[in-house]
Design a binder for this molecule. Structure first.
Ligand code: DC
Length: 224
């Protein structure tokens, strides 16, 4: 039987990097569901489609998303093209948040996410994994940090990659995404009742990985 670990939380809380590392230590597959929303956003951008329910829904059958797991982690393909880098660009980030509000897009991607979780033992991160995608997950964590701390981390990361940015703009983007993610009607960002809250504001990346690893490992050991 496959193991399912759900990690949810707001943008910039460190979910992806921490989940990836913990999955590696535990020998589980890390599934980044945000990448799927980002790939759909890129489809809209590259085909000049306005991101509204009416405009996007008729195109859904033409959006094929495939995931492959390589040595260096998850790769995401949009209609056969590897868009793993493209989806990280700022316009794709904004587009993903807008497209994630559309129910038909969510239903399509949730189906893919559940299929992967049924076939493999996973650590899956997103916004609605514990509440909607995998309500029966073996373990659920809600990972968060203050807006100021999340913005600082994102700012440093962008600087390191040589990207131009201003801290005020990064804060604005994070607040925009928090609002969009938590106020949407369908499967909003919310802590599941049975999820454990972990606030990483005061923790380094390494400390956060150690905390999550120990929690998940303990849970898996007690179930064996
Ligand atoms: O985690 P991320 O920043 O790569 O996610 C991109 C966008 O997709 C983000 O604005 C929220 C949305 N998302 C979602 O609504 N549900 C998920 N399970 C994952 C991401």
């Amino acid at each position: 039987m496959s193991i399912k670990i759900a990690i949810d939380g707001p943008a910039g809380a460190g979910k992806s990097s921490i989940s990836k590392e913990v999955a590696k230590r535990l020998g589980l597959v890390y599934v980044d569901t945000g990448a799927m929303y980002r790939a759909c956003g890129v489809y809209a951008l590259e085909n000049g489609i306005e991101i509204t329910d009416e405009e996007i829904t008729p195109h859904l059958d033409k959006i094929n998303i495939d995931i492959s797991y390589e040595e260096d982690g998850q790769h995401i393909f949009l209609n056969g093209v590897d868009v793993s880098k493209r989806i990280r660009e700022p316009d794709a980030t904004i587009a993903s948040s807008k497209i994630a509000v559309i129910p038909s897009v969510r239903l399509k991607l949730v189906e893919l996410q559940r299929k992967i979780a049924n076939e493999k033992s996973v650590i899956m991160d997103g916004r609605d994994i514990g509440t909607y995608v995998l309500p029966d997950a073996d373990f659920k964590i809600f990972l968060t940090a203050s807006v100021a701390e999340r913005a600082k981390r994102r700012y440093l990361e962008m600087k390191q990659k040589g990207m131009q940015c201003e801290i005020s703009k990064v804060i604005e983007d994070i607040e925009f995404r928090d609002k969009n993610d938590s106020e949407r009607e369908f499967a909003p960002l919310r802590q599941a009742e049975d999820a454990i809250l972990v606030d990483t504001s005061e923790l380094s990346y390494e400390e956060s990985c150690d905390v999550l690893y120990s929690m998940v490992k303990e849970k898996l050991d007690t179930e064996r």
